[in-house]
Design a protein around this ligand. Structure first.
Ligand SMILES: Nc1nc2c(c(=O)[nH]1)N[C@H]1C(S)=C(S)[C@@H](COP(=O)(O)OP(=O)(O)OC[C@H]3O[C@@H](n4cnc5c(N)ncnc54)[C@H](O)[C@@H]3O)O[C@H]1N2
Ligand code: MOO
Length: 419
């Protein structure tokens, strides 16, 4: 099977392999994680300035025709087309600008009009000023004119009562534009997800603070906060817990039920200083995913405690970034009732990429050009390491190397997830 055929299938290829340690294939892990959650029930009305990224639960209807009235599409002159039948020179009477309520057009005259202004009663055509020679209080039509030209008819965009947005959309700038144009100052959206971030790692120090000995700056908090915001969610609490099981048990027990999702960062691997899995077991969490055939991010774990879903991300920042995209983002979409984001596309490999079969690999990659058919060509660093931030910062996206691939050849098509 070629790489191209592989990425067209629903599976990532991990399931075709002998996997020591029974790592779960990526697509099974996503399905098992999503099976834990349903969309949150609470909704609220928000003004448009608070609506970006929120998930629509009630349709938005046009409160009037859009546009509400016939109006000029150009600066020019409004006239009755029939008045041009036997002459091209007409007297100009009156001016109509956007916001005006014009008087009716007198037969046999033109009215000066500006873009967006209501068409005066009796006029059926606007001639743009470039096709007019004005002299004093008369104007001569110099160019060809079509009846009805340069008039935006009422309702030509949407009709009063039309559904302009359907439920399930995650609201972006283009959606807010039509809400406003439809006269909807408020929209009904699902309550914003509440996410808590629990940091494991005695060495973690906020970026910018002094570090000594084995301390390192906390990369994951600002990165995950931004990723949550990109997904329309909010990190409402950040708690750093010592690398001890009892402390983590207490923190997770306290947070479960208070938030929709708990993200843990670090401490998910197998060392005695990795308290996440033991703490989940102590708490009786329902563990749906524990170890995935993905690189980086193999130890990623998904569980449920009370009403909170817990996504336990590896501490290595690139592994946390990748597993957020593969598991975290779909969970947020499902919890907020949004259609899954479908940003992935296909690119061609710029160079051969050797790959040890076993795990699906998500590797930072940059778009460096286009092939003869206009398909993007992506290049990635030869050596990747889930602690190195440089290749991630320089990347345009993540390419997926399917689990069973031994070698990606130049020009092979790969799935690409923009980041
Ligand atoms: N014997 C084994 N060791 C490891 C395995 C394994 O299978 N057997 N898996 C490796 C893999 S793969 C990964 S990924 C990591 C996952 O480790 P943890 O999730 O337990 O994370 P930590 O040990 O806490 O940290 C790993 C690494 O990341 C740094 N880190 C942690 N938090 C942050 C943060 N907020 N900002 C920046 N950097 C952070 C931490 O200092 C470590 O360097 O386990 C492997 N080990
Ligand atoms: O997930 Mo780990 O980062 O594969 O080394």
């Amino acid at each position: 099977m070629t790489v191209f055929e592989r990425i067209e299938s629903a599976a990532c290829g991990c399931d075709d392999l002998h996997r020591p340690g029974a790592l779960m294939p990526v697509h099974e892990a996503v399905a098992a994680a999503l099976a834990l959650v349903t969309p949150i029930a609470q909704t609220e009305e928000v003004t448009l300035d608070k609506a970006r990224g929120r998930c629509l639960v009630a349709p938005v209807l046009a409160r009037s025709d859009m546009p509400r009235f016939d109006n000029a599409a150009m600066d020019g002159y409004a006239l009755r087309y029939a008045d041009l039948r036997d002459r091209a020179l007409l007297p100009v009477q009156g001016v109509c600008a956007a916001g005006d309520a014009p008087t009716p057009l007198t037969t046999g005259t033109m009215m000066r009009i500006f873009t967006g202004a209501p068409i005066p009663e009796g006029a059926d055509t606007v001639v743009m000023q470039e096709a007019i020679e004005r002299s004093g209080d008369h104007a001569l039509v110099t160019g060809p004119v079509r009846v009805g030209s340069h008039i935006r008819k009422a309702g030509n965009d949407q009709r009063c009562g039309d559904v302009v947005l359907a439920p399930g959309l995650r609201l972006a700038a283009k959606h807010l534009a039509i809400c406003a144009g439809a006269g909807a100052g408020y929209v009904t959206v699902r309550r914003q997800l509440r996410i808590a971030l629990v940091l494991s790692g005695d060495e973690i120090t906020p970026a910018g603070e002094p570090v000594q000995g084995g301390a390192i700056w906390d990369v994951n908090t600002p990165m995950l906060r931004a990723l949550c915001q990109d997904a329309g969610a909010d990190i409402v609490a950040v708690q750093q817990v010592p690398d001890r099981r009892a402390a983590l048990v207490a923190t997770l027990a306290d947070l479960s039920g208070k938030v929709d999702m708990i993200l843990t960062s670090g401490g998910i691997s197998v060392g005695e200083r990795d308290p996440v899995k033991p703490a989940l077991r102590d708490l009786g969490a329902r563990i749906a995913v524990s170890g995935v055939a993905i690189k980086p991010g193999k130890p990623v774990t998904v569980s449920q405690l009370g009403t909170s879903v817990i996504l336990s991300l590896p501490g290595n920042p690139v592994a946390a970034f990748v597993t957020w995209h593969v598991l975290g983002r779909p969970l947020v979409d499902r919890l907020s009732g949004a259609a899954p984001s479908s940003a992935r596309r296909h690119v061609r490999a710029a160079a051969p990429i050797p790959h040890r079969p076993g795990r699906c690999e998500y590797r930072p990659a940059s778009i460096i050009g286009y092939d003869g058919q206009g398909i993007e060509i992506a290049a990635c660093a030869p050596n990747v390491n889930s602690a190195n931030l440089g290749p991630l910062a320089a990347a345009d996206g993540l390419i997926l190397i399917p689990a069973d691939t031994e070698q990606v050849a130049v020009g092979d098509m790969l799935e690409f997830l923009p980041i």
